[in-house]
Structure formats: structure tokens, C-alpha cells
Design a protein around this ligand. Sequence first.
Ligand SMILES: [Zn+2]
Length: 483
Amino acid sequence: MAAQGVTPQSEDFARWYTDVVKMADLADNAPVRGCMIIKPYGYELWENIKTALDVRFKATGHRNAYFPLLIPMSFIEKEAQHVEGFAPELAVVTHGGGKELEEPLVVRPTSETVIGHAFSDWIQSYRDLPLLINQWCNIVRWEKRPRLFLRTTEFLWQEGHTAHQTEQEAREHTLRMLDVYADMAINECAIPVIKGRKSDQEKFAGAAESYTIEGMMGNSWALQSGTSHFLGQNFAKVFDIQYLDEDNEQQYAWTTSWGVSTRMVGGVIMAHGDDKGLRLPPRIAPIQVVITPIWRTDEEREAVFVFVNEVREQLVHAGIRCHIDERDGLSPGFKFNDWEMRGVPIRIEIGPRDVEGKSVMSARRDIPGKSGKLSLPLDGIATQIPELLSSIQNSMLDTATRFRDERLHEASTYDELKEIVKDGWALIWHCGTPECEDRIKEETKASSRCFPLDENPEWHPDKAQCAVCGKPAFGRAWFSRAY
Ligand SMILES: [Zn+2]
């Protein structure tokens, strides 16, 4: 299967992406259009991202819980902006148990409402706050133009939901979780994301403010890879999340929500992949080292496998995710291409000569050809391979950061923006109004990604004007083509 190769990125990036998802065995289309079947290799990749996040959530004091898939329609309708934003994407259950339901049920498009309902019960006093909850689950948002991992009608994600005593505390928590997301993206997925604030038009339906991490993909388009929302008291008021404060007075809580989904898998594919297929950062790769035994005769096979098992034992003991390719009847060349397609960071070849020399030949996925090859003695392999993996991780982040930085440009005029967004991101003074964003989108296909936190020490700075329409600027914003 892998022997055919993928469509080159330069020829058609969208087709390259679809080819990689299929040929690397990550996912398939489902019988229902817009849904996806996540295959074991794709699911293991997601599981590693999930674990990296879950560890961070627990370290910041969150606990996991689970809320129902079905939500009463009336819940969704309670928050005006929320229902307006989600209405076109809702899947609605009208029948159950063979009867028409008295009230239609919505398959959750997100869980602010049902969790808000539970929180109003759980929270009575200031002693119950902060309440820090996370849920791992599936979500349904009807998708008209589906693409595997990037836009699917059903997807997997986590949604964090927290309630706090003060506005300040809730705001700080919103940004703390944005930092957690950025840390995960940068240090686990090797994607150098930019943290920023969404414009009013781009913010979550029902949020007071939304924040995002934006990653650059291999075609220079942006991918919104995670969002964190300051919900103010919007949901607290409609779901009556109140607490008795220290002075025995009723107060509304301040809430946040934040999510990362299986979209991140698409981000990893597009940020790192090349014309040979997938390239996976070692920290999240389902298989970190693949061992390919090479032999001709039965005698050789026996000796090679004794050695292979010895190597594997040492690697497994060192905590490395390791796989032996024992498939019969396939040439080593075919196997190499196949593992390259699947993006395994290190390939080890072991043949009769390696057995004699008590060493192995390793090849890095991120450095093609001879320069990525290294002969490693069996002694010390348990320390050298982990070092090599960590050097691959760093080098992938460096490469992605260099690639991104070469495509980030400041624009002082609209004309400059138009030129830049053809193959990069443009940073420009911007008003943040929907009319201006819509115009830019229509004329250049570039959308407002975010007002980066690093570039905007304050909002609405004095005298700064939108470089496109001349209205007072909200701040400096990144514009680019996006998924
Ligand atoms: Zn403007």
C-alpha cells in the first residue's frame, strides 16, 4: 500500500493530506458522511496527545467527570448567542423508544449548558469554589464540508469547565489553560503555536472573550488548535450558578470553558509531514522505534532474532515504544518505505553483520539518507536511543519554528497584507470589526486568526488605526489562509 507514495505537497496539499491519512492507516470515512472511523494507529496518536493533556489538567487541579450526550433543547435555547451560534450545526433527536418526544433532545455540540445545570446544584457556597472539571467525550456538530480529523461531524475532544468566585480569577484561569495548551502543542507536538485573542466575530458563541493557539501548517495556512473562553457570568446567570459569599450574600459565579479536539491530529500531520508521508514527534509517536530484522537463510534468521529480542528488551526497559516488523515475504526496502510513510521517528535495521559486530544501524525519519544514519553499539543503546529521540523532538520543533518565522511578516498597508497572505501570515493594525474582517476575507481569502498576546500589551491603544478601514484599532492581528 505504502509503496505507491503520496501526491507531492507542492502539487496538491489537500490531496497530499488525504493520501497520508489513508496510507499511514490513521482514519477512514464512515458510512455517514462527515463521520470518521479512527484506526488504531490514528487512535494511538490521539491517545498520546490525550495523555499529555490529561497529566497537565490534573497537575493544575482539575478532575475528570462525565455528563450526558443528550441535552434538552430548552437548555441550548437559554443563552441567546449560544443557540444562535450552534443552531445550524445541531443534530436533534425527536424520537425515542418508538415515540415522538415531548421535548426534542440535542446531541451535545458542547456542554456548557448541561454542565451549567449541574454546577448550579454542586455550588452553594464560596467554599465550593473554584470548581475545576474536565470531560473527555465525543461531540456532534453537523459539518457540510467534512475533512478527516480537521472537520468531522462527530469528533473527540476534552472540554474543561470551571467556576470561580471573582472575575479576576476566572480571567487568570482562562489564560492559564491557554498556556497549558501552548505547552502541549510546542513541547509534545513540536508545533510552535501563537497565543492570541479572537475577534468578536470569531469568538465562541456565548463567551465574553475567546483565546486561541494558532499553528502554521506545511502550506503556511493556519490551524486553530485549541481555544480557551472567558464566559463572564453569561452561563452563570441563565443556569443560576450562585454561591453564598463570605458575607452570606448570593453572588453569581464566573465561568470558563476550553477545548482541544482530534483536530490536533490533523495539525500534527500537516505541520510535520513531507512527500514521503507522516513525520511524528517522538513524544507522541505511537511507535518511537521500529526494528526491521534482515535475513536470508533460516540460520541467519535465528541469530538475527535472538539479537533483535535483546535490543528490544533493552529499549522497552528504557520506556521506549518499540515495534518489531516481523512481516514475512516483504522486502526490507518495502518495509522502510512503509515505516517512513507512518512517520516512525527511528528505524533500526538488524542483519547478520550487525549481530556479529554487536551493533545496530539506526536511521532518523527527520533526516533523510546517509546523514540521518548512525551505528550504535548494543552496549549503551538504552541511553543513546532516548537521547536520539529527544534530539529528533527538538530538531522537529526547530524546523517547524524556522519554517513559521520565515512566513511571518508585518504589514503596514492593506496592499502589503494582500501580498503576504499568498504564502504567509500578515500582522497588521486592525479594528476587529466583522465588516472589515469580512471584506478582507472576501478580497484575499485570509481570515483574522488572532490578536497575539505577545504583540499587544494593551487593547485599543491610543491613536492606532486599522490599516484597512481607518477606524480605531483594537490591536495588531494576524491574518492568513486557514482551515
Ligand atoms: Zn478595519
